[in-house]
Design a protein around this ligand. Structure first.
Ligand code: GRF
Length: 211
């Protein structure tokens, strides 16, 4: 069974979805950059090892990433998962975990990278929005796409209602991607996410209506 380390900054609903998906992974630790992160409390309740690497203790980004990498490497993970981890990581850090670092982003990348993605979607007037699991590369929110899920944008949507609709899909596709990785079917090849056994075309779009 592979070992995963999960990084959180806040609420931890994606962490919860990963922990409840009965995945073939061992969670070596949940690491947070903010001691107050609810995700850390959630992990503690489940007797999962936790650690805090507080970015406020490391004024320089490189130092923070060095401390974070040391905490991660101590667990010898096969996979590192960003689950609502809100720090931009240095190219050195990202390169160190190339091919084994995944992120969930609340938009259909490459549309709406960065923050406030639901507001960006509403302002752009798109009719379809969603979320993306991708391998992390040094260019923020531009790594090879593993799986996406789409949701409709409804006429009376607010940022909150749209975020909630997208979040429901995040909780479906992140565990799906991690399962693929844990089963040895998902790899990073050059600049593409490769899914073995021909599942990619069927599973790449998760229909918002379910099933
Ligand atoms: C999610 O929308 C995730 O896609 C984004 O930040 C949010 C974190 O939510 N990166 P949670 O902490 O997993 O509940």
């Amino acid at each position: 069974m592979i070992t995963a380390v999960i990084l959180v900054s806040g609420r931890g609903s994606n962490l919860k979805a990963l922990l409840e998906a009965d995945l073939p992974i061992r969670v070596g630790a949940v690491i947070g950059n903010n001691p107050q992160a609810e995700g850390l409390a959630l992990a503690r309740q489940r007797n999962i090892a936790t650690e805090v690497v507080d970015h406020r203790d490391h004024p320089y980004r490189e130092d923070f990433d060095g401390a974070l990498a040391a905490a991660i490497d101590a667990r010898q993970p096969d996979l590192v998962l960003l689950a609502g981890f809100m720090r931009v990581l240095t190219p050195g850090f990202v390169t160190r975990y190339r091919g084994r670092l995944l992120n969930i982003h609340p938009s259909l990348l490459p549309a709406f990278p960065g923050l406030r993605t639901h507001r960006q979607a509403l302002q752009a007037g798109v009719k379809i929005h969603g979320c993306t699991v991708h391998f992390v590369t040094p260019q923020v929110d531009q790594g090879p796409i593993v799986v996406q899920a789409a949701v409709p944008v409804l006429p009376d949507d607010t940022e909150e209602t749209l975020a909630a609709r997208v979040l429901e899909q995040e909780h479906r596709i992140y565990p799906l991607a991690v399962r693929w990785f844990a089963e040895g079917r998902l790899t990073l090849q050059e600049n593409h996410a490769l899914l073995k056994d021909g599942y990619a075309p069927l599973d790449a779009l998760v229909n918002p209506s379910g099933s």
